[in-house]
Ligand binder design. Structure first.
Ligand SMILES: NC(=O)c1ccc[n+]([C@@H]2O[C@H](COP(=O)([O-])OP(=O)(O)OC[C@H]3O[C@@H](n4cnc5c(N)ncnc54)[C@H](OP(=O)(O)O)[C@@H]3O)[C@@H](O)[C@H]2O)c1
Length: 257
């Protein structure tokens, strides 16, 4: 694939200070884009920015706040005039068995994964150029039952659904909307969000790798490559889809016959 396919493009990556969002920001910059990253933790934003370099800018903002996302849009408009790529990536959720699900947990998971994605895209609409690309971060859990992840999975099914509906809402402006569904990508979130120890992450990776035809778990760079593809002209006839990037885990039986 040609490398500098996004020269002159301006991108927003929510949750860009960590994990998949950081990997995507790196890939978008390598492809020539200028990238705004947002997240809540300032120190992690500063550290990420130091690694991303001069073609990035960090803005502290919580995706669950419409006001804060509108402020992000206002800053981008002032500094760059408009936007071409949105990767609505911020999100997460820890496993909780159904009997222990509380209203607070429901609200927290829904707010970041559903409300946050709506506010991100809605707030950027006025500054998005016609022909832009919006990429929503869903998850294979939306259609692959996983113990304790029922609420999280349901929020990701909503995200996947947005890609279909918003494609029709935005077709007059030629704005494409696609969902990315990562498979297993061991990120900081496994420890910070899901509370796993290093050893637990390693044990999980060893176990799950046997179920992945590609023979390995995913990386943030794998996701970044897919984001660049969905953001670029190479995918200009692709909209409303879910691109599953999971090493074949959900579609192929990896065991022996
Ligand atoms: N890793 C996987 O295996 C996997 C698989 C499928 C889907 N996903 C999805 O991929 C996305 C990124 O996850 P990750 O694995 O990269 O985890 P991560 O390393 O924990 O990253 C999560 C990011 O979201 C940000 N964030 C969380 N709540 C936010 C809020 N209210 N406002 C703004 N930013 C917020 C975090 O920054 P702050 O805490 O500083 O705000 C962080 O940058 C999530 O949507 C997740 O559901 C991950």
């Amino acid at each position: 694939m040609e490398t500098q396919v996004l020269i002159g493009k301006v991108a927003l990556v929510t949750g860009g200070n960590s994990g998949i969002g950081f990997g995507a920001a790196k890939s978008l910059i390598e492809a020539g884009a200028f990238v705004y990253i947002t997240a809540r933790r300032q120190q992690q934003l500063d550290e990420a920015l130091a690694q991303l370099g001069q073609n990035a800018r960090a803005i502290r903002a919580d995706v669950t706040s419409k006001k804060e996302m509108e402020d992000v849009a206002a800053i981008i408009k002032t500094e760059k005039g408009s936007l071409d790529i949105v990767f609505a990536n911020a999100g997460g959720g820890n496993p909780v068995p159904l009997r222990e699900v509380t209203e607070e947990y429901l609200d927290k998971t829904y707010n970041v994964n559903v409300k946050g994605v709506v506010f991100t895209v809605q707030s950027m609409l006025p500054i998005l150029n016609d022909g832009s690309s919006i990429i929503l971060n869903a998850s294979i859990t939306a259609y692959m039952g996983l113990e304790g992840f029922g609420i999280y999975a349901a929020t990701k099914a909503a995200v996947r659904s947005f890609a279909r509906s918003w494609t029709t809402d935005l077709k007059d402006r030629g704005i494409r909307v696609n969902a990315l569904s990562p498979g297993v990508v061991p990120t900081e979130g496994y420890r910070t969000e899901q509370g796993m120890s290093e050893q637990q992450v390693q044990d999980y990776v060893d176990r799950v790798t046997t179920e992945i035809p590609a023979g390995r778990v995913g990386t943030s760079q794998d996701m970044g490559n897919a984001v660049v593809f969905l953001a670029s002209e190479a995918s200009s006839f692709i909209t409303g889809i879910e691109l599953t990037v999971d090493g074949g885990q959900t579609m192929v039986y990896a065991g022996k016959n």
